[in-house]
Design a protein around this ligand. Structure first.
Ligand code: 15L
Length: 268
C-alpha cells in the first residue's frame, strides 16, 4: 500500500490514528476541514471541505487507498448531515473512483443499526435500522460503498464503529467498546487483505456483553485484544451518575434513538 489518504485528521479518532498509523504506513496524506492543532512538522496535511467535489478530487490525486473518518461524527441538523456526510461521502467515493483509488475503509457507525433492541444479537446481514439522521448517513455510506465496489471494483470495508477510546465509558459501551489497537487491526485488514470486495465489520473489541456477531471480521483474521469486562467496575460506576432513559436503555443506540423520540405519542 503506497499512498494512503486519511480524512477526519483533526477529529477524535483521526488524532489518535495520527499517533498510530505512521508506525505501519510511511506515506500518509492527512486531511480535514480544519487544521489539527497538534500538526507535526513532516506530516502531510491538505485542508479540504468534503462537500466540495473539486477539493476532494484534488485530495485523492496519487492516492492508493482512503481511510474515511471525515464528516460529522454525531447527530446534527439535516443541513449539517447532508453537507458533511451525504454529499461529502458521495464526493469521497466518486473522487476515489475517478482517481483510480483501489481501496476505501469507511468509518460507519453502530448508529446505522441503533434501533435494534439490546436483547437481540445482530450480524452484518440485518436490515439497517438507523436511529438518527447521523445513522441514516452512515447507512448511506455503506450503500455507496456497495455500489462502488460492485459497479466499479473498489475494494470497500465498512467499519460499524461502536465507541472508540481507552476504556468503556458506561454500561452501554461495555457492549460496543473499541480499543484503539483493535481499530488499527481492522483498518489493516481493510487496506491489506487480498480477499476484500465489499465487507462490513463491527468496530468493537473482545466484548463479552456484545450485541453484535463479529464473525465476519474474524473470518478475515481479526483478533481483538481489548476486553471490555476488565473495565466493568469503572463503567458501572460511571453509569450510576447517568439518569435512566426508558427508551434508550432498551435500544442499542442509547440516546441516539431516544432523542426526539415521539413514536409513542403519535396517533396511528
Ligand atoms: C458514534 O458513532 C459517535 O461518533 C461517537 O461520538 C459516539 O456517540 C458513539 O457513536 C457511541 O455510540 O457511543
Amino acid at each position: 500500500m503506497s499512498k494512503i489518504l486519511v480524512t477526519g485528521a483533526a477529529g477524535g479518532i483521526g488524532t489518535r490514528m495520527r499517533q498510530m498509523l505512521p508506525a505501519i504506513y510511511s506515506d500518509i496524506r492527512w486531511s480535514d476541514i480544519r487544521k489539527p492543532d497538534d500538526l507535526k512538522a513532516g506530516e502531510e496535511f491538505v485542508q479540504a471541505d468534503l462537500a466540495q467535489l473539486d477539493q476532494v478530487e484534488a485530495l485523492c490525486k496519487g492516492v492508493d487507498a482512503i481511510v474515511h473518518f471525515g464528516g460529522f461524527s454525531v447527530e446534527g441538523s439535516w443541513e449539517t448531515i447532508l453537507a458533511a456526510n451525504i454529499i461529502g461521502c458521495r464526493n469521497m467515493y466518486e473522487a476515489a473512483y475517478r482517481a483510480g483509488v483501489k481501496r476505501v475503509v469507511f468509518a460507519s457507525s453502530n448508529h446505522a443499526v441503533g434501533f435494534y433492541p439490546r436483547s437481540q444479537k445482530i450480524g452484518v446481514d440485518v436490515t439497517v435500522r438507523p436511529d438518527s439522521r447521523y445513522g441514516v448517513s452512515k447507512a448511506f455510506g455503506e450503500a455507496m460503498g456497495a455500489l462502488y465496489a460492485d459497479k466499479h471494483g473498489l475494494r470497500v470495508t465498512c467499519l460499524r464503529i461502536g465507541n472508540f477510546g481507552d476504556a468503556p465509558l458506561d454500561v452501554r459501551r461495555l457492549s460496543i467498546w473499541l480499543m484503539p489497537d483493535d481499530l488499527v487491526q481492522l483498518i489493516r485488514i481493510g487496506l491489506e487483505h487480498p480477499d476484500i470486495h465489499y465487507e462490513i465489520f463491527y468496530g468493537m473489541s473482545d466484548n463479552a456483553a456484545a450485541w453484535w456477531d463479529n464473525s465476519n471480521a474474524k473470518k478475515f483474521g481479526y483478533k481483538p485484544t481489548g476486553r471490555a469486562e476488565d473495565f466493568r467496575a469503572h463503567a458501572e460506576a460511571e453509569q450510576a451518575r447517568i439518569a435512566a432513559d426508558p427508551v434508550g436503555d432498551l435500544l442499542q443506540g442509547g440516546t441516539y434513538p431516544s432523542d426526539e423520540y415521539d413514536a409513542d405519542k403519535r396517533d396511528r
